[in-house]
Design a binder for this molecule. Structure first.
Ligand SMILES: C[S@@+](CC[C@H](N)C(=O)[O-])C[C@H]1O[C@@H](n2cnc3c(N)ncnc32)[C@H](O)[C@@H]1O
Length: 292
């Protein structure tokens, strides 16, 4: 930030940083500036404008400058502040986990509706990462028990913290596991009412956007076409679902036909419903298991 005699008020810091982020090509430059400054001031974003004429002291400005530098250097703001909201709940995030995305809330909607209709039940969130889906489901269905698994021990440790912090640690069982391999930690019935998964689905050679390159490769990449994990996961699901149980899986652009075909090839599901996100992109498949 250039030194001159004007006062560095909250408003001026925000405007200057918004323009700087914009020139640097960051998405949502105003939002990023607000999140970082709110973090440094220990306040809510919404309160920044009421404090617009305050002049933060040099310690706060120094911390803010450092965060701004990291953001322009390509580090996602969620990693810098260490938090991300998902389904209106706060989640701790570190560079070991994918930053939860709004479109993944589709999986939670489906799981919550299904479990409420059933008056509770068991849900397995495979590929849980930060635990965002598992925790949101548990937090919204009091009678639900959730198994949250991931191949990454670092991610599972974060999921444990998030389950505890959101008050559902007693109903979320966490474990390291490869896809739908049932872990010993789960000491309930071995079939589930609902399975959710947001697996990695980006092709190995696909370019990813600003900041996404800082997220763990294991959370993003899935072979030459991005379908390597989904192709393994879907055939495992029938054995783990109760009759009429629901499978909800997120996938990437251009993958809908392969996902639908792989689900139908199991011979265990009715025709899946395909859900679109707020940008009208096909984003998730929801398939109900036929009775055996
Ligand atoms: C796209 S991220 C989703 C994280 C979280 N569920 C979300 O929606 O934000 C995919 C997750 O799958 C995990 N993963 C990758 N390969 C896996 C495997 N073979 N078995 C289990 N989890 C795997 C990654 O570690 C990562 O946490």
């Amino acid at each position: 930030m250039p030194a001159n005699n004007e006062r560095w008020t909250v408003l001026r810091l925000l405007n200057w940083t918004r323009d700087y982020f914009s020139k640097a090509g960051l998405d949502s430059p105003r939002l990023c500036a607000e999140m970082l400054l709110a973090e440094c001031l220990g306040s809510q974003r919404i309160d920044l404008y009421a404090r617009g004429h305050d002049e933060p002291d040099e310690a706060v400005r120094g911390r803010f400058r450092e965060m701004v530098r990291r953001a322009v250097d390509g580090e996602p703001v969620a990693y810098i502040v260490g938090r991300k909201e998902f389904f209106s709940l706060p989640f701790k995030v570190t560079a070991d986990v994918l930053i939860p995305r709004a479109e993944t809330e589709l999986l939670v909607d489906q799981a919550v509706n299904e479990l409420r209709l059933r008056g509770g039940g068991d849900c397995w969130d495979a590929c849980t990462g930060s635990g965002c889906v598992a925790v949101a489901v548990a937090a919204n269905v009091e009678e639900a028990r959730v198994l949250a698994t991931d191949v990454s021990p670092e991610a599972v440790a974060i999921a444990v913290e998030n389950a505890e912090a959101n008050g559902v640690g007693d109903r979320v069982t966490t474990a390291v596991a490869d896809l739908l391999t049932l872990p010993e930690a789960w000491d309930h019935e071995a079939t589930f009412d609902v399975i959710t998964a947001n697996p990695p689905y980006v092709a190995d050679d696909d370019e990813v956007g600003h900041g996404v390159d800082r997220e763990p490769a294991v959370a993003l990449r899935a072979g030459p076409t991005g379908l390597a994990i989904i192709r393994r996961l879907l055939p495992q699901a029938p054995a783990m679902l109760k009759d009429e149980g629901l499978l909800c899986v997120e996938f990437g652009m251009g993958q809908v036909d392969e996902v639908r075909d792989t689900i139908m090839a199991t011979g265990a599901f009715y025709e899946p419903e395909i859900l679109t996100d707020t940008q009208d992109l096909e984003r998730a498949a929801v398939a109900r298991r036929r009775p055996q």
